[in-house]
Structure formats: C-alpha cells, structure tokens
Ligand binder design. Structure first.
Ligand code: 9G3
Length: 584
C-alpha cells in the first residue's frame, strides 16, 4: 500500500472534546471521524483493525461450534411488546415508523429476534444444542456518548445466543463461550479480568461474568483479591460478614428482646439537631465518628419506596438493593417524594419509627449507641440500640466494599480496586425469553419443554479503543502484530534520492511477495513529518531507508521498543518475517 494514495490525514493536535487517550489518538491518526455525537466513520486503517478483531472473534466462535448468521437492525415493535420489554426501555431504545406507519426499533440487542427465529426453526431436542452468533451494528441512544468508541450510540457487537434442552447444557455452552472469550482477549493482547457481575436489567437466572480490560479510563470498578482469584464488579462485590456478629444469631426482634445483653445500652433519646441534614454537618457539629451514624436513604425500587440503612462511613450499593428486591429499576427518591411518603424532610429520615420498609446492612446490626434521623425535622436519635429499637425484617449486604477490606472468599487477602472497560459479558438467561416468547422443543419422550438460553456479547468497536488505552506511548499507538492495521512501515528518508527510493521499493516488493502487509511512505515529505506520522500510526515494525542504504544498511525499529538498529537489507527482511511469522 502506498501512503501517498491512502486516505489518511494525521493531525498534530487532538480535538478539544476528546478526553480519552484512545479517542484522541483514533482521531489524530486518522482511524475514525465523527459523523455525529457517538456516531463514527471508520477510515481505512481503522476499518482494517476492526476487521482483524472480527476475524479473531469469528475464528474462536467457529472453533466453539457457534454458527454465524446476520439479523436485521430494524426490529418490529411487536416483538418487544411480546417480550414485555418495549415499555421497560426509555429514550435509549431508538424507535421509528416505516412508510406504512408501522412501529420499529433499531436493535440495541437481539434476544427477541433470535428467540422468535429459533421458535420457528427448531422444535425437536435432536436439533439442540445450538449456539448462533452475529457481528452486527447495535443502536443505543446513550444520553451522554463519550470517550469516542468506548461509549457510542452506534457500535459493532458480536452477540451470541445458546439454546439447550437443560441447565447442564447451558452450563456447558456458558463455559465454552467463557473460555473462547479468554482466547479472544489474549489474542488481542488485552490485559483483562473476568469478574463476577450483576445479572442486570435482563435478569437471567444464575451467574454472569463481565470481561474487563484494565484501564484508568474505564467506567467500571473491578474488585480483586490480593491472594485468591476472587474478582467482581464493584456492583456485585460481597462484603465480608461483620466479624462481631455471628451468622447464626440472626434473631427476630421479639427473640432478641429476651437476650441477656438487651438491658445494656442507654435508652434511645431524641436530641435537637437544627439544620444538621448531612453526615458531614452531623460530624462537624457533633464531633462524632461517621461510623456511629446510621445513614438512611429512601429509594424507589420500581414503584415501591424503601429505606436503606448503612454506616455513615459507607456508600449504599444500588445494584445490591435492586437485586435484593428483584426490582427492574431503582433510583434515589427525590426530596418531594420522601416528604410526601413519610412526612419527613430529607436529612432527618431514620430507621426508628419510619413508615417504610427498612433494609439494613448487616454491618450495623451490632451497634448499640448509634445516631440516626428521628423522622422529625431538626431532630436525631442517639444511643440507638439497633437490635432493640429497629425492625430487622430485611438484613443484607447493601454497601459498596472498599479497598483494603478483607476478601469474603479466602478471608486472607484484601481488596484492590482497578478501573475497567467492559469488553465482554456472558449471561445465563435460563427461560426468561424462551418462556415469554414460546421457544419450546419436544424432548425424547415427546413432551414439550422450554429451551434454556444463554447470551454472550463482545464489544468489537470497544475493543479497538481498549487496545489503544493499553498500548500507546506519548508518540502514539503501539499496535500488537495480531491486529495491527498493517504490519511493516517502510520509509525512504528522501524520495529525491533514487538509491533510497529503489532500495525501499525492492524491500517493499520482496515483503509483499511474502504476504507481509506493508505501508510504503512514498510521500514527498520532510523526514520529521514521516517519523512523527509513523509513531502516531504505530505499526509494529518500521524500516527506514536512508544514506546507510548505500552500504546496504537500513534502520530497523520495533515500535514497541523504539530501539534503532542498523542492519542489512537481508537481515531486515529476516527480522520482519520472524516477528510476523505467526501471522503470515
Ligand atoms: C435495550 C436497550 C439497551 C440495552 C438493552 C436493551 C443492554 C439490553 C443487556 C444486553 C444483554 C446481552 C446479548 C449480547 C450480550 C448482552 N442495554 N441490554 O438488553 F432495549 Cl435500549 O444487551 N444481549
């Protein structure tokens, strides 16, 4: 490929709005151009990387005996109404009408389409199990697209769906996909962790794992243990049981009132706390440790208001609350709603005498001298004895874990946090869609059974950015050979020097003949410009043909090492072929 012919315009400056390094570099190196917010054109070099990632995904999916198909982006609204999800999604689901005024959605995912397809194509256990996948554009109208390809509104996803006759079959499909994902991300040279995740909005049964590429720009927090292999999304990471509260003594309130230590502890008493609404105001004015405060927050879980109580030193984990309640949607109740529901101004809400269900974190159950809102404006309680004074109907893990905390699995290691980019997600769906949409089969004895499903996603375009986040330096991208847009960059220093041009040409022809993907910088540009562009684009191998060529020597540079070596033409061809041999 001649660089003078390639549609490639590099920029010295990155666009102001690009915060993520990968976004800046993709624009500066001419890999993508924004058409609209969250919507991008892939220019030739960007497209070549995308195709390489797709190819790796296809090879591993096919090796796992998944079958590739291609489903439409335009999905009839009826499908989403049949699955009951049409009303569940708001503005994120892009809806449109066709010329006959029929309603459609642009597909954000394809559970409905694939399940109704399989419903009509398969009805015997003999045709199961099957794993079907596609690599296709998804549409999700993100409120705030950002970081270039990391959070777009139109993006490339590989989505696969497995159909089995029973749960054992699903388990096999799930782990087969899980290990295929490990191979895919290793081949993409990504540093990733598979973490236990939250079954999320689609709420299938059983386990689900997210694959996170570690990167500071990542929006997810990965919790890992320093000594065992426990790893979880912060949304899901379990708190260790409060050590001072023995598990089996989870007594009910009336059983508690007879226990001996009940007598200890002062009576709970209301005291005047004018305008002390927040934890910080309480701490500042009462000179107390946040740990003695019971932080109480009211949430709307679907249409139900609940109060959640954790220690003042902790944060409430909404996903844990949502999962405990089995709700589809959860959000903090606004002040007006709280006032209307409880008659209490926010900031003075507390678990004693509150007219809402109280979910209390297991880490505060043992407390006897706690402070909490008194459910009366400008008043709090002190000396609250949790087991004596508060209804304990919902005890659970509702807090975010913290770095340095003890690991709940091995009870040896401590938690370490990393930021992660979600690049893959595997789910056990069970019968959530197959039941609703009637995907059934006749088993060996002729009885009709509901298929057991799994779904498995990989963010193809997101991987492009994740790789750049993990492989770059201050001069530009550093492409792993496995997915580099081209493999060797040949740069004649001066296109006016016939000897250099001819030598470069020879080198180019020889390598192309060996199947190497070569970019020849045949532009009439100053050397500095050529080298800066080469650093920015970041092809794995660079061969500079300068004055040394008169003595048969060329400069050989591996982009990941930036060491310059003067070696012979022969050696240069040998070294390049050796580096690329696994990919030729
Ligand atoms: C929607 C909209 C956004 C969505 C969904 C539906 C995420 C939705 C979850 C999944 C689950 C898996 C198959 C591949 C792997 C992920 N965002 N999800 O269902 F209508 Cl607007 O997509 N689907």
């Amino acid at each position: 490929m001649k660089q003078s012919k390639l549609l490639l315009n590099t920029l010295r400056e990155s666009p102001g709005e690009a915060e993520a390094v990968s976004h800046q570099l993709l624009i500066r190196a001419g890999f993508i151009r924004q058409l609209a917010s969250g919507i991008y054109t892939y220019l030739p070099l960007g497209r070549r990387v995308l195709r390489k990632i797709e190819q790796i995904v296809r090879e591993e999916m096919d090796a796992a005996e998944a079958q590739e198909l291609l489903m439409p982006a335009m999905q009839p609204a009826e499908l989403w109404k049949e699955s009951g999800r049409y009303s569940l999604y708001g503005p994120e689901l892009i809806r449109l009408h066709d010329r006959h005024d029929r309603e459609f959605a642009l597909g954000p995912t394809h559970e409905e389409v694939i399940t109704t397809l399989v419903r009509s194509e398969i009805n015997s256990y003999r045709k199961l199990p099957v794993i079907l996948y596609q690599i296709q554009t998804k549409f999700r109208d993100e409120r705030r697209p950002r970081f270039g390809l990391l959070r777009g509104r139109e993006f490339l996803m590989k989505d696969a769906y497995s159909f089995d006759i029973d749960w054992e079959g699903l388990d096999q499909a799930y782990w087969s996909m899980f290990h295929a994902y490990e191979r895919i991300f290793h081949r993409c040279n990504l540093n990733f962790r598979a973490v236990e995740a939250d079954a999320g909005a689609i709420g299938g049964e059983g386990e689900t794992h997210e694959f996170m590429a570690l990167a500071d720009i990542g929006e997810d927090t990965v919790v890992t243990c320093s000594s065992c292999d426990y790893a979880a999304n912060l949304e899901q990471a379990e708190s260790v049981k409060a050590i001072s509260f023995d598990d089996e003594i989870v007594l009910t309130t009336d059983e508690l009132s007879s226990s001996p230590e009940f007598e200890t502890g002062l009576e709970a008493e209301k005291f005047h706390t004018p305008n002390l609404r927040t934890i910080d105001e309480l701490i500042a004015n009462l000179h107390i440790d946040p740990a003695v405060i019971l932080k109480t927050v009211v949430f709307m879980a679907d249409l139900q208001a609940v109060a959640v109580v954790v220690s003042g030193k902790d944060e409430i984990n909404e996903i844990k609350v949502k999962n405990y309640l089995g709700a589809e949607a959860i959000s903090i109740a606004d002040a007006d709603t709280v006032l209307k529901l409880t008659g209490v101004a926010t900031g003075f809400i507390g678990p004693k005498g509150l007219s809402l269900p109280v979910l209390i974190d297991q880490s505060v159950i043992h407390m006897t001298n706690a402070i909490a809102g008194a459910n009366e404006k400008d008043y709090h309680y002190r000396n609250l004895h949790v087991r004596r004074d508060i209804p304990l109907n919902h005890i659970g893990d509702f807090r975010n874990v913290k770095e340095g905390e003890c690991c709940p699995r091995c009870k040896e290691g401590t938690f370490k946090f990393y930021k992660g980019i979600e690049i893959g997600h595997v789910f056990k769906l069970g019968t959530k869609y197959s039941e609703q949409l009637g995907a059934a089969f006749h088993d060996a004895s002729g009885n009709e059974q509901t298929m057991i499903m799994g779904c498995y996603g990989i963010g193809i375009s997101r991987i492009l950015s994740a790789i750049i986040e993990q492989h770059h330096d201050e001069d530009g991208m550093i492409w792993p050979v496995s997915i580099a847009p081209m493999q060797v960059h040949i740069i004649p220093v001066s296109v006016k020097d016939e000897m250099q041009v001819n030598t470069a040409r020879q080198l180019y022809d020889r390598m192309v003949k060996q199947g190497v993907e070569v970019l020849l910088d045949d532009r009439d540009e100053r050397p500095g410009v050529k080298f800066k562009d080469a650093d920015l684009i970041g092809l794995p191998v660079r061969i500079v043909v300068g004055k040394g060529a008169a003595d048969g020597l060329v400069e050989f540079v591996e982009r990941s090492r930036q060491e310059k070596e003067m070696i012979s033409l022969e050696e240069a061809v040998g070294r390049a072929t050796e580096l690329l041999h696994a990919f030729l």
